[in-house]
Design a protein. Structure first.
Length: 234
């Protein structure tokens, strides 16, 4: 009899906790819906400045919303090489204050990419670079795409020759003291890194815990199956 009463008490307690959890979730969702707005709604002038002067060859880039980030995804030609690569440019904050995250498909050259996410972001600039060496909002999206194409072209040359054609500072060069400190910081802060989608959660608790194919597909970086890449027989 006493055990039966204890079970009923636990059931009532669990039911009460479920009701309180649902109420709290509704309050949090309502507060988030009323207080938070995406950056392209709060700062439409920055969106206009970002997309200004986009040439016809970049008009095919698709603009999608993933989480709290605005993502531009599509294919670019690595002229003069006859290769095309898929890219995803992620803006998870106002471009005037938050640097974008640029990712690409194809062969991965870890030396010139960050290892923070599974789609390895391109190392377009170094943390110690000055403002003149980084992309700025005034340059627009077209300059960022051009910089991405140049980086991917240098990656292709690097895989062929083993030499990087351009300025290079990389934390793998451990003979430089600042690079050793930078490498230790990457190893220490990697598990606590925020997700690229701008959700505010850690990557390992957000897009890092979904299947890699789903993450790549959302970014437009998933390569088609081999049978779709083969040319059809005449």
């Amino acid at each position: 009899m006493r055990a039966h009463g204890a079970r009923k008490s636990r059931a009532r307690r669990l039911r009460y906790l479920r009701i309180q959890a649902r109420r709290l979730a509704r309050r949090v969702s309502l507060r988030a819906a009323t207080d938070w707005q995406p950056w392209w709604v709060e700062s439409p002038d920055e969106l206009v400045l970002l997309e200004a002067g986009l040439p016809p060859e970049y008009q095919h880039l698709e603009r999608v919303v993933i989480g709290r980030a605005l993502v531009y995804r599509g294919e670019v030609l690595l002229d003069p090489l006859p290769n095309t690569r898929r890219i995803a440019i992620v803006f998870n904050g106002c471009p005037s204050r938050t640097l974008p995250v640029v990712m690409s498909d194809g062969p991965r050259t870890r030396r010139h990419r960050f290892t923070s996410y599974r789609p390895l972001p391109l190392c377009l600039w170094y943390s110690g670079d000055g403002p003149e060496q980084r992309w700025r909002l005034a340059q627009g999206l077209v300059e960022l795409v051009d910089l991405t194409r140049l980086h991917l072209l240098r990656e292709a040359r690097f895989r062929q020759t083993g030499r990087w054609r351009g300025p290079e500072v990389h934390p793998d060069d451990l003979d430089v003291p600042t690079n050793r400190a930078f490498r230790r910081a990457l190893d220490r802060d990697g598990p606590r890194l925020k997700c690229w989608c701008g959700s505010g959660r850690r990557y390992i608790r957000c897009h890092g815990q979904v299947a890699e194919e789903r993450e790549l597909a959302a970014l437009g970086l998933l390569q088609p199956p081999v049978h779709q890449q083969l040319p059809k027989a005449a």
